[in-house]
Write a protein that binds this ligand. Structure first.
Ligand code: NAI
Length: 349
C-alpha cells in the first residue's frame, strides 16, 4: 500500500495506493527534527500524479517552516488524496489513508486541510491514532479553520497598521479569494470590523451566500487578484502570487490563509519592488496548526494554549515585518531566514 519514493530533500515520501477503495495519494515527511511531522490531509483534483507529488513536497516543507515559526515542537509533513472531494471522497478511501498514516507509527500526524472536514478525520481516526482535528474525544481540537481565520485577521491588522497607518479595518476593501472554511470565517471577522468585501469562489452558491450575508461585491475567480481593493486575501489555492498576477495587483497588501501563495522567490521580490506588503503565509495561517497541536501534544487547557501561541505568532510577525523594513527586503525572505537559523541552531545544539 505504501511505496517509498526516493527524495533527497525530504526524510520520507510515499505513494499511497489501495486497489479496493481506489485510493491514490501521497504522504511526505519533510522533517522530524523538531518533533513528529504534522500537517493536514488535502483532497483535490490534480493535473496528474507529478503535480500531486510537487504539491505534497512543497506543502510538507512549508509545514516544517510553519511549525517552526509557531514555536511548536513539531516537524513538517503533509498528505494528499487525488480526486474531487465533492464526488470522489468515500469512507473506504479515508480508511485506507488512515491505515497508511498508522503504518508510519507516529512519525506523521495528519489533520484537516482543503477538501476535508472533522467528520472525515473521525473516519481516519478509526484506523490511526495519529489524527488531530477531531470533533470529540479527550483532547479533540475540532475544526481548525476559525482559529486559522483569527490568526490571518490578526496578521491583517498588523499589516494594515504598517501599510495604512492604522489597524482599523473599517471601510478597508478586502478581496477574498476562496469562501471555504477559512475564507468564510475570515469574511465574518472582516465584516464585523467594518471592512468592505469583494469575494470570489469557483462554487457559485458560496458567492451568492456571501453577497446575501456580507453585502459583498463579486469578482470572477480569475480576476479577484486584480480587484480594486486595499488588501488581497488569498484563501484558496497556492501559487497565486506569480509573474503574471503580481503586476496586476491593485491592493497595497497581501495577507491570506492559502498555503504556498508565492509561486517562487521572484514573486516575493516583485511584490516588494511594487511596494506591496506581503505577510508571509505560513506565519499568517499558523493558527490552524496551533489549534491541532493542542491535540497532538495533549494540552489540557487548549483555550489558553491557543491564545498564548496566537499572541506569540503576532509578535513573530511584527518582528519579521520590522526586520524586512530595516533590510529593505521582502518579509518572505526574512521569515525563511529566521526559521532556517532556528533549525540550524537546533541541529548544532
Ligand atoms: P476549503 O476547501 O474549505 O476552501 C477552499 C475554497 O476555495 C472552496 O470554497 C473552493 O471552492 C474555493 N476555490 C478553489 N479554487 C478557487 C479559485 N481558483 N478561485 C476562487 N476560489 C477557489 O479550504 P480551507 O480549509 O478554507 O483552506 C483554504 C486555504 O487555506 C488552503 O490553501 C489551505 O491549505 C489553507 N489553510 C487552511 C487551514 C485550515 O485551518 N483549514 C490552515 C492553514 C492553511
Amino acid at each position: 500500500m505504501l511505496t517509498r519514493i526516493e527524495c533527497s530533500t525530504h526524510e520520507e515520501v510515499y505513494r499511497v495506493s489501495d486497489r479496493d477503495s481506489g485510493l491514490e495519494g501521497l504522504i511526505a515527511i519533510h522533517s522530524t527534527q523538531a518533533g513528529p511531522a504534522a500537517g493536514g490531509l488535502r483532497m483535490r483534483v490534480y493535473d496528474g500524479f507529478d503535480a500531486a507529488l510537487a504539491d505534497v513536497l512543497a506543502l510538507s516543507r512549508g509545514m516544517t517552516y510553519k511549525n517552526a515559526a509557531a514555536g511548536l515542537p513539531l516537524g513538517g509533513g503533509k498528505a494528499v488524496i487525488l480526486g474531487d472531494p465533492a464526488t470522489e471522497k468515500t469512507d473506504a478511501k479515508l480508511r485506507a489513508m488512515g491505515r497508511a498514516v498508522a503504518a508510519l507509527d507516529g512519525r506523521y500526524w495528519t489533520a484537516e486541510d482543503m477538501g476535508m472536514s472533522p467528520d472525515d478525520m473521525k473516519v481516519l481516526a478509526g484506523e490511526a491514532d495519529f489524527v488531530a482535528g477531531l470533533a470529540d474525544g479527550p483532547f479533540a481540537s475540532g475544526d481548525p479553520s476559525p482559529i486559522t481565520a483569527q490568526g490571518v485577521f490578526n496578521a491583517l491588522k498588523i499589516g494594515a497598521a504598517r501599510q495604512f497607518g492604522s489597524a482599523d479595518l473599517a471601510a478597508k476593501r478586502v478581496a477574498v479569494q476562496g469562501l471555504g472554511h477559512v475564507g468564510w470565517y475570515l469574511c465574518e471577522r472582516l465584516a464585523a470590523a467594518g471592512a468592505e468585501l469583494i469575494v470570489a469562489d469557483t462554487v457559485a452558491a458560496r458567492v451568492t451566500e456571501a453577497q446575501a450575508r456580507f453585502g459583498a461585491e463579486v469578482a470572477a475567480p480569475e480576476a479577484i487578484h486584480r480587484a480594486e481593493a486595499d488588501v488581497f486575501a488569498p484563501c484558496a489555492i497556492g501559487g497565486i502570487l506569480n509573474s503574471a498576477s503580481v503586476p496586476e495587483l491593485r491592493a497595497a497588501m497581501v495577507c491570506g490563509a492559502a498555503n504556498n501563495q508565492l509561486a517562487d522567490d521572484a514573486a516575493a521580490d516583485a511584490l516588494h519592488a511594487r511596494g506591496i506588503l506581503y505577510l508571509p503565509d505560513y506565519v499568517a495561517n499558523g493558527g490552524g496548526i496551533i489549534n491541532a497541536a493542542s491535540e497532538i501534544l495533549r494540552i489540557g487547557n487548549r483555550a489558553d494554549f491557543v491564545t498564548e501561541r496566537l499572541a506569540q505568532l503576532e509578535h513573530t510577525m511584527r518582528g519579521i515585518l520590522d526586520a524586512a523594513a530595516r533590510r529593505d527586503t521582502s518579509p518572505a525572505h526574512v521569515a525563511d531566514a529566521t526559521v532556517e537559523q532556528g533549525m540550524a541552531l537546533r541541529r548544532a545544539g
